[in-house]
Design a protein around this ligand. Structure first.
Ligand code: SF4
Length: 107
């Protein structure tokens, strides 16, 4: 994980599309994300830190929920990807076995 305090987390839908979330109240303005980003200029660091989060924004509870949901979404995507790979491997194996059988019988 690039962000030392965990101010950035991404969730993933079942097609693998990633959505990044950022919590300004957790960010310590270390700049690691800016240095690590492979797309130059995609993110940058401002000179001014963001204002403190207001209690009414419920940023802590909301963030904890979002953070947990993001982890679950990534696990679900990984499990789905694994399931699809196993399904494809089984289909490929069945097709190869069928072809081999056809070659043996001459059909
Ligand atoms: S500057 Fe970037 S890496 Fe550092 S704490 Fe903030 S979001 Fe995380």
């Amino acid at each position: 994980m690039v962000c030392p305090p965990g101010a950035i987390v991404f969730s993933q839908d079942m097609e693998g599309k990633q959505t990044y979330h950022f919590n300004r109240a957790v960010c310590i303005y270390c700049g690691e994300c800016v240095r690590a980003c492979p797309k130059e200029g995609a993110i940058f660091q401002t000179a001014e830190p963001a204002p403190c989060a207001l209690k009414a924004e419920n940023i802590n509870n909301g963030w904890n929920k979002l953070f947990d949901e993001a982890l679950v979404s990534r696990e679900a995507y990984a499990a789905e990807k694994k399931r699809k790979a196993a399904e494809k491997a089984a289909a490929d194996k069945a097709a190869a076995a069928k072809k081999e059988e056809e070659n043996k019988t001459g059909n």
